[in-house]
Design a protein around this ligand. Structure first.
Ligand code: AR6
Length: 169
């Protein structure tokens, strides 16, 4: 899989799938979640409500999919990242699951290109450098015959700098 780094707004990315850093309610929120629901329109929320009604709240690390609504992306994969509470071992495993489960779901949808935001590094306060290492490791360790490209979309300068440095290594 090719890895690409982009600085910007994930709602503008033309990938088969973009990943949303959602919360367990699946009903939207702030940060990238708010941006995706605003840009994608009501269809995404309606589908999230349907999923909620069918299976209840979404657990940390669990991935569910909706269409992209008005977004250029075909699918939105909603994942719930861990809230940082200082437990590095547990938090790291949960965050790794987020990337792994998103990639597995993407593969089952025959997605060729997928874009990730920096899950958990905003409102959920996960340390950015540790989160980036986990994200890059999970993607590099995932072998796929289907997914061709993974795009890390960094919104803030700090994350972009961290990813640029780690991806150079
Ligand atoms: N495009 C790409 N990345 C973005 C965008 C955007 N438009 N907007 C923000 N980011 P956060 P979390 C970056 O807080 O930490 C929500 O309320 C941001 O700079 O969106 O997983 C949910 O509903 C940061 O690096 O998600 C949950 O309640 C990254 O996205 C909670 O926040 C993640 O920040 C989830 O918190």
């Amino acid at each position: 899989m090719n890895i690409e780094l982009i600085k910007g707004d994930i709602t503008k990315i033309e990938a088969d799938a973009i990943v949303n850093a959602a919360n367990s309610s699946l009903l939207g929120g702030g940060g990238v979640d708010g941006a995706i629901h605003r840009a994608g329109g009501k269809q995404i929320l309606d589908e999230c409500i349907e999923i909620r009604n069918r299976q209840g709240k979404c657990k940390t690390g669990e991935a569910v999919v909706t269409t992209g609504g008005n977004l250029p992306a075909k699918y939105v994969i909603h994942i719930v990242g861990p809230v940082w509470n200082g437990d590095e071992e547990k938090g790291s495993k949960l965050l790794a699951n987020c990337y792994h489960n998103s990639l597995k779901l993407a593969e089952s949808l025959k997605v060729k290109t997928i874009a990730f935001p920096n899950i958990s590094t905003g409102i959920y306060r996960f340390p950015k450098e540790l989160a980036a290492k986990i994200a890059i490791d999970e993607v590099k360790n995932f072998t796929s015959e289907i997914i061709e490209k993974v795009i890390f979309v960094c919104f803030d300068d700090e994350n972009e700098e961290i990813y640029r440095t780690l991806l150079k290594e």
